[in-house]
Design a protein around this ligand. Sequence first.
Ligand SMILES: [Fe+2]
Length: 221
Amino acid sequence: MPAMYLFGQNGKMAVGHRPSPQIEVPRPMMLSVMRAFAKAVANAEPHTAMHQDETARFAVLLARRLGLSATSVRLIRLGALLHDIGKIGIPPSLLLRPGPLSAAEFALVKEHPRLGWEIVSEIEFAVPVATVIHQHHERLDGSGYPGGLGEGAIMPESLVVAVADMAHAMMSRRAYHAGMNQATVIRILESDRGSRLPADCVDVAVDLLRCERLWRASSLQ
Ligand SMILES: [Fe+2]
């Protein structure tokens, strides 16, 4: 019998969350479909693809240090690898512009989690991955987007991806900002600790950032 993904409740994180959805699918099938999606992103948005790869490396290490189940780690890996896939539906002129965006332009960029959900949820067995993609900008206090979901309504896997995404985005040099130094990234993450982001997740992320070489050398496997 082939290995299966079973995305289930992990119960290891400190904050209360609803159970993750349950789905079983042969692992090779899931991986091949996710690779196809990732290739589409790499062709359309190479910078986004690189960010997703690095975010996934960090998110997997974070999830393991948090003691999450193997099934949750796999969901986090796949969700992180595709979390910004919706950006292929956003004009590159907005994503790469060095200057500030207007309110209307920023609103368009903020559509990318919903666009990602629409793409990936077309594959029925990938709905849990699509849900992580949809929720990766949600925050515990309801200040995130697109749903303004609060604590208990966000999958724990989505929050792990959110922390990894924030950390990598802040450290990366992008068209609209230079990469921040380690101390600044840690200060910003800690300012959201327990309010917008789970405290345990931030604590582990900060530990990992302090030994950057470790997570950069980590494997996705
Ligand atoms: Fe994003």
